[in-house]
Write a protein that binds this ligand. Structure first.
Ligand SMILES: *[C@@H]1O[C@H](CO)[C@@H](O)[C@H](O)[C@H]1NC(C)=O
Ligand SMILES: *[C@@H]1O[C@H](CO)[C@@H](O)[C@H](O)[C@H]1NC(C)=O
Length: 214
């Protein structure tokens, strides 16, 4: 049973302490605000981090308190990053290596309104779409199609980019697929786990953590 390095870093946690800070300057009145995330959706994301490419199947399921990132590295590993709203998350492969690591954060997945309070930056074209753009505490720049209000693209301060290829509102993955494999259970936590995290660290939850992989 091999161990995995989770895509979490301490420096990010510190940065995220400020993510929901009430000190964030608010956008001007009358500025557009980002659409809240639908309570259930499926998106296919193409990620690019300095030329390293991944395809992520994102299943966001606020209704059932869970979030899934299925991460295909280009011509490489297929990783499953399953997160529950009780703070437990599993990061595993389903191949013969039977790799799994688990973590426990004090709070759960991204809330549908996680973009509230973001600063409006105006309109820009990205990937051929005219978008409204917001940034949140110099951590993420979020591009949303002006007309359809669907997310098109986001980029983290690290330069890691997500291009939204599909966005199916209301799509939900069947329950059976949300079961972590048996080798995720009963193993002794490695040094450093379980994680005791601040609530802000949870911003690594959901799409941010899965698509960050710093
Ligand atoms: C990925 O990003 C790099 C810059 O970091 C860029 O040079 C490259 O063209 C991008 N690749 C794709 C497939 O978009
Ligand atoms: C959280 O929920 C998942 C799925 O039901 C479960 O496997 C896990 O043990 C729970 N964690 C805690 C701390 O209750």
């Amino acid at each position: 049973m091999a161990s995995l390095t989770r895509p979490i870093s301490i420096s990010i946690s510190i940065l995220l302490l400020f993510f929901f800070s009430p000190l964030i300057k608010s956008s001007r009145e009358g500025d557009p605000t980002p659409a809240p995330w639908p309570h259930q959706f499926h998106a296919i994301l193409f990620m690019n981090y300095s030329g390293t490419l991944q395809k992520i199947d994102l299943w966001y399921d606020w209704t059932n308190g869970r979030n899934f990132n299925i991460i295909q590295h280009q011509l490489g590993k297929l990783m499953y990053d399953l997160e529950w709203n009780n703070g437990t998350s599993f990061f595993y492969t389903l191949d013969s290596n039977k790799e799994c690591s688990t973590a426990h954060l004090e709070v759960g997945i991204l809330r549908p309104n996680w973009l509230d309070g973001a600063n409006y930056l105006g309109q820009r074209h990205v990937d051929g779409f005219l978008c409204n753009v917001w940034e949140k505490v110099d951590f993420i720049w979020y591009y949303e199609d002006v007309i359809t209000k669907r997310p098109v693209y986001w980029v983290f301060y690290t330069g890691r980019e997500a291009h939204v290829m599909t966005f199916e509102v209301g799509a939900a993955l069947e329950d059976a697929k949300w079961q972590a494999p048996v080798y995720c259970f009963g193993n002794i936590p490695e040094a450093g786990y379980p994680i005791s995290a601040t609530s802000r660290e949870n911003l690594l939850g959901g799409v941010l953590r899965g698509s960050l992989a710093l």
